[in-house]
Design a protein around this ligand. Structure first.
Ligand SMILES: NC(=O)c1ccc[n+]([C@@H]2O[C@H](COP(=O)([O-])OP(=O)(O)OC[C@H]3O[C@@H](n4cnc5c(N)ncnc54)[C@H](O)[C@@H]3O)[C@@H](O)[C@H]2O)c1
Length: 268
C-alpha cells in the first residue's frame, strides 16, 4: 500500500493489463525479450518482423505462460506495411497503447573510415535504424491520437549516440544520434496528446548482432574493461527500463534517454 493507506498497490502501476503493444523488430534478440516482458505484465502484444518465422516464434514465446500475442510479417520501412500493422492491431484488439521500436543495428557490418564512408552503407544504416523508426511510429501515433487514451513510444538508441569510437562507425553514430534527437522532439510534440516518448541507450548487448565482435577475446576484454560494472549487457538488463517507460509509473517521464551501460557513460 502507498500514500498512507491508498488502496492502490505500488506494483500495480507497473502492470499493463488491457494495454496493447506493437513491437516492430519484435522477432529480434532485444525485441523478443521486450515482447515477453510486456506480455508478462499483462499487455497484449503484436510482434512485427520482416522475417515471418521470427515474428511467429517470438509471439509464441511471449505468450508461452498465457496472455495474448500475435505475430505479423511486415517491412516497417514501407509505409503501406506500417499502416497495415496498425490496422491489424486495431482490428484484433481494438486499441493501440504502446509502440517499442526494436528494428535497427547493422553497425558492425559496415565499418569504414569516416573520410571515405560509402553512401550506400550510410543509406542502409539510416534505412534500418532511422527510417524504420519514423515510418513505424507515425501511423501508430496517429492511432493513439485518434484513440484518445494517450500512449507510449519507446525507441532504442545506443551509447554510440553520445560516444565517438575510432572504428569506422560514422553512419551508426549519426543514426543513433538521430534516434535520440527524434525521441526528444516527439516528446515535445506529442505530450499534448498524453503520449510519452523515451529511449533506452545500451552499450553492447550479448546478442547475435554483436556475437562476432564479442567472440574475439581481445575485443571483448577491451569493451568490458571500459565498463565499470565489468560486463556487457544481457537483454534482461534492458527489459525493466522499457516496462517502466510503458507503465503508469512513468506517466510524468518523457523525452528521456536512459543509458543502460554498466556505468560506461559515467566515466566520460
Ligand atoms: N545488440 C546490441 O549490442 C545493441 C546495442 C545497442 C543498441 N542496439 C539496438 O537495439 C535494437 C535491436 O537490436 P538487436 O540486437 O535485437 O537486433 P536483431 O537484428 O536481433 O533484431 C532486429 C530485428 O528487426 C528485424 N527487422 C530488420 N529490418 C526490419 C524491417 N524493415 N521491418 C521489420 N523488421 C525488421 C530483423 O528481422 C530482426 O529480427 C537495434 O536498434 C540496435 O541498434 C543493439
Amino acid at each position: 500500500m502507498i500514500n498512507g493507506g491508498d488502496t492502490v498497490a505500488e506494483l500495480d502501476r507497473f502492470r499493463l493489463d488491457g494495454r496493447v503493444a506493437l513491437i516492430p523488430g519484435g522477432g529480434g534478440a532485444i525485441g523478443s525479450a521486450i515482447g515477453s516482458a510486456l506480455a508478462g505484465v499483462g499487455a497484449k502484444v503484436v510482434v512485427v518482423d520482416r522475417t515471418p518465422d521470427r515474428a511467429d516464434e517470438a509471439a509464441a514465446r511471449a505468450c508461452a505462460l498465457g496472455g495474448i500475442c500475435k505475430g505479423v510479417t511486415a517491412d516497417v520501412t514501407r509505409e503501406e506495411d506500417a499502416e497495415r500493422i496498425v490496422k491489424e492491431t486495431l482490428d484484433a484488439y481494438g486499441r493501440l497503447d504502446i509502440v517499442v521500436n526494436a528494428v535497427g543495428g547493422g553497425a558492425g557490418k559496415v565499418l569504414f573510415d569516416a573520410e571515405v564512408y560509402p553512401r550506400d552503407a550510410w543509406d542502409w544504416i539510416y534505412e534500418l535504424n532511422v527510417r524504420s523508426t519514423l515510418v513505424a511510429t507515425q501511423p501508430a501515433v496517429r492511432a493513439m491520437i485518434a484513440g484518445g487514451n494517450g500512449g507510449r513510444v519507446v525507441n532504442i538508441s545506443s551509447v554510440r549516440a553520445l560516444l565517438g569510437i575510432n572504428a569506422g562507425y560514422s553512419a551508426y553514430v549519426a543514426a543513433k544520434g538521430a534516434i535520440s534527437s527524434l525521441t526528444r522532439q516527439w516528446a515535445t510534440e506529442w505530450a499534448k496528446h498524453g503520449i510519452t516518448v523515451n529511449a533506452i541507450s545500451p552499450t553492447f548487448v550479448d546478442t547475435p548482432q554483436v556475437a562476432m565482435l564479442l567472440d574475439d577475446p581481445a575485443f571483448k576484454a577491451g569493451v568490458v574493461n571500459r565498463i565499470p560494472l565489468r560486463r556487457v549487457a544481457g537483454t534482461e538488463d534492458l527489459t525493466g527500463a522499457v516496462l517502466f517507460f510503458c507503465s503508469d509509473a512513468a506517466a510524468f517521464v518523457t523525452g528521456q534517454i536512459l543509458g543502460i551501460d554498466g556505468g560506461l557513460t559515467a566515466t566520460q
